[in-house]
Design a protein around this ligand. Sequence first.
Ligand SMILES: C[S@@+](CC[C@H](N)C(=O)[O-])C[C@H]1O[C@@H](n2cnc3c(N)ncnc32)[C@H](O)[C@@H]1O
Length: 409
Amino acid sequence: MKASRIEAHLRRCPILAERNALLACDYCSPAVNTGAGETELDAELEEAEPFDEWKFAARVLRAHAAAGAIAACVAAGAGGADGDRTSADPPGDETGAAASALGGGRTGKARHQEQRDAIAARMVSMGLLNQGHTLVEYGAGNGELALTIMLRAEAEVSGETAAEVKGEKAAGAKAQLGSVCLVDSAKSPAKNADGRLRGLLAGSSPALAPPARITGWRPKNGGGAGGSGGGGGTGGDIGGACFARVRMGLEDLELAKLAERIAPGRHTLLVAKHLCGAATDYALRSAVALRAAGAPPAAVLIGTCCHHRCDFRAYPNRPFLCRLGFVHRADFEALCRVSSWSSVSTAATSERAYVGACAKALLDEGRAEYLRAHGFQATLSRYVNVSVSPENMLLTATAVVTAGMPAAQ
Ligand SMILES: C[S@@+](CC[C@H](N)C(=O)[O-])C[C@H]1O[C@@H](n2cnc3c(N)ncnc32)[C@H](O)[C@@H]1O
């Protein structure tokens, strides 16, 4: 192609325009959550021993047992959902054999809803809803998780308001739904929950949520004040409850700045379900950065997924894996590869499935430990039965608030 034609194309290329608009937003900082700035590791340069499947499997099992010793192992039920715990628990008996009965006759849709309900229920039990926090869903896809959570929040708030009216108390300031922001690098699916979220936040009862100004705020000319992202952001304006969808990669997101744009001074609830591989690590790094910026998130709840898509650089706790003998980049990559064995579904392969699940548990335990080392209380638990989803691990964390830090508001 002629240079002049390339130039003409670049002048009207919508993808480039979108990218430039995104880069102009203050909350977009290329590769900020990737660990790219960290020092070169010897582990990246040295040779690892050649991969031998069975030797490696034995290493995974040994490391898993050792991690259990490090992190006070609590025995869990046979593959069912369990309460919070702190260890890299082994998978239950259901992994492999029973996983073949995945779904137990339920549709994929029903199983996804069960997972959303479980996360929302966990948030209710933690007292996180109706606090007016800003709910940020990472890897939001259709936004149904945020919708499920907000419906639960609305039910909480309605119940609360009714009780207060009965008791002749004024509706408290607590009676707020807060705001919602969906973040995903992909285009929003045509069938999404955005309209219902907007409707919910606009709210029929002023006591539930101040009327949101649901206006498009796609940034023009590279993003203006209140813009939600050149990557296709649309949303409500700042102030009161608002809704926004931001299209960008988590690797580039400065959550503190985005949250400040959505609802200044509000604390963030960071949630995700089936957040693939490295995206979970970008998310954790962004949560740690948010706390470091003096705005500790009220909670982080992430359903991890697709560990085979983790990235050595982005993984935030390589020292944890090093302590367990996975020193080299090649070890890390083998661990990720082996983690996908957990999804094999016949009884005959259940040994491999067990090793795979142990590899996943190790990767997740390192993540929980990373959060603990950065001022969070973090636990791992299976939030649904493995027959609902083999990707059933929920990393739950709350920020430890130290002197001088703002309490959640
Ligand atoms: C497996 S889907 C899960 C979607 C939805 N949360 C659910 O449970 O149905 C993972 C989602 O994460 C998004 N995603 C993956 N990597 C991402 C990244 N680096 N930044 C932002 N979104 C990402 C994908 O576009 C996709 O929508």
